[in-house]
Write a protein that binds this ligand. Sequence first.
Ligand code: C2E
Ligand code: CA
Ligand code: CA
Ligand code: CA
Length: 273
Amino acid sequence: AKTEGGNQSIIFDHSMSKSVENHFLIERELRQAVHSGQLKLFLQSQVNNAGVIVGAEALVRWQHPERGFISPTAFIHIAEESDLIIEIGRWVLTEACRLLTCEGLAGRSIVLSVNISPKQFRQPRFAASIKHLLAETGADPTHLKLEVTENLLIHNMNDVIAKMIELAALGIRFSLDDFGTGYSSLAYLKRLPIQELKIDRSFVQDVTINPDDATLVESILAVAKHMKLQVVAEGVETEEQASFLNARGDVIHQGYLFSKPELAADWLKRLAQ
Ligand code: C2E
Ligand code: CA
Ligand code: CA
Ligand code: CA
């Protein structure tokens, strides 16, 4: 499109520079946000097929003074291009560990799942900082689950696995997030110290109407069963999707059908009821 004529080229360049500018603006604002307490922790329940809450996923939100709550899809990718993702990730982990020890959660067998970005996981001091955090907060490591994506496994898989094993030895669990959407083969699965596969929302969405999605989900359930892995289905919005999944396996549900992500304090209140 750039060679197609003066006008278009100008528009292209203009919008590009604008978006680069915008990118840096957002990054600068986000950096301030992290340091001035504008990040908020949301939790979304994970429910077993008996309707019991067995866990929750920690999802970060940016509470912007003018624009309200901003979804992580709007800023995580920007944070990932700088070291901000490491700070944000550390903040989320700290909040999750603190929650685990608070009245209402301590002593219950509810597991909190935290998203770990590849850059964060690859920090040389990642394992040490988690150990430190567990010691500092007194959180039970067996109630902490780290969600990693297949993208983490593309480079230096041996180092990644060694670090996962080190953390798993503490009792920390691992979940493979957005399973099936990344670039990787199934071969690595048997080498990973993981307990769980998460089926991405994009597969769950049309599972009852699209035969390809149905087949994909059935394949994931078969792999999980064979490898004795727990399955969490993301984005379950309808009774039909839930029944489809329940008819085919032992699946934990996470989706609007059961509850939306909510402020951690609100989630705790509901849990106590
Ligand atoms: P994800 O890990 O795949 O998280 C699931 C996303 O699906 C969440 O979006 C959740 O709100 C949404 N979701 C769950 N159930 C439903 C449903 O029934 N319907 C619909 N339409 N959506 C549903 P969210 O909170 O906007 O987070 C988006 C992504 O941002 C996450 O995708 C994750 O990759 C990333 N993210 C969120 N928090 C963190 C964090 O603390 N650290 C890192 N590194 N990434 C994070
Ligand atoms: Ca996740
Ligand atoms: Ca996911
Ligand atoms: Ca997903």
